[in-house]
Design a protein around this ligand. Structure first.
Ligand code: DX5
Ligand code: ZN
Length: 218
């Protein structure tokens, strides 16, 4: 099954003071998703933003709000991130002991559920959750900060995850996050990813709209 390529620009790399303007531009340029990196200073060393920030951005973009929770015990905040306008909520396999329960709860809110693994976590650990998810996210940098370099071994993980999805009976997107640039996107797509997060490559570019088009190959 070949899927459409979706670009999900990460707001983390945007100047927060101009975030409304930035997210409008990238949506107009054809980015169908918007990636929202939530960090709690515990699961990862950095602190970013919470549901109120997401809620305040919601009126400025028609994009699918793709919320990536890098927080401990995410069950505590699913209601808040759902109410803020998330369309997809992705939780880390490493962030709690009740992953299946949280995934079911996300779906019970009428929202898509995703699961994400850090670079050191094997793809095989995802297999038992396939019936409960709409998206797999493979971290291609250590979560916590934008602007890092793509870890080349992530390509093998993408190939393995794509093969696992294709061998299943489920319709699951495969997203990649961290260090994506116009120079490496082709091999990333060839490895099977169909949802591409890009922070610095979009919002640190002189022209974010042009950067989205370039990543889409337009
Ligand atoms: C890192 C975040 C990423 C990050 C990607 O923890 O999950 O979404 O913003 O940024 P770039 O594209 O700059 O690597
Ligand atoms: Zn992310």
């Amino acid at each position: 099954m070949s899927k459409k390529i979706i670009i999900s620009p990460s707001v983390l790399a945007c100047d927060f003071g101009y975030a409304a303007d930035g997210i409008k531009k990238v949506a107009d340029a054809g980015a169908e998703y918007l990636h929202l990196d939530v960090m709690d200073g515990m699961f990862v060393p950095n602190i970013s933003f919470g549901p109120d920030f997401i809620k305040s951005l919601r009126p400025y973009s028609p994009a699918v709000f793709d919320t990536h929770l890098m927080i401990m015990d995410p069950m505590r905040y699913i209601d808040a991130f759902a109410a803020a306008g998330s369309d997809i909520i992705t939780i880390h396999l490493e962030s709690c002991d009740n992953v299946a329960e949280v995934l079911r709860y996300i779906r019970s809110k009428g929202i898509k559920a995703g699961i994400v693994i850090k670079p050191a976590t094997p793809v095989e650990a995802l297999r038992e959750y396939l019936p409960l998810i709409d998206m797999i996210l493979i971290m291609s940098v250590e979560p916590g900060f934008g602007g890092q370099s793509f870890i080349p071994a992530s390509l093998d993980k993408l190939r393995e995850a794509r093969a696992m999805i294709e061998a299943s009976c489920y319709d699951i997107d495969l997203e990649v996050d961290g260090g994506v640039t116009p120079a490496n996107i082709h091999e990333i797509l060839a490895a099977g990813a169909n949802v591409i997060v890009a922070g610095s490559a979009v919002f640190r570019a002189a022209d974010p709209a042009a950067a989205v088009k370039q990543l889409k190959g337009e």
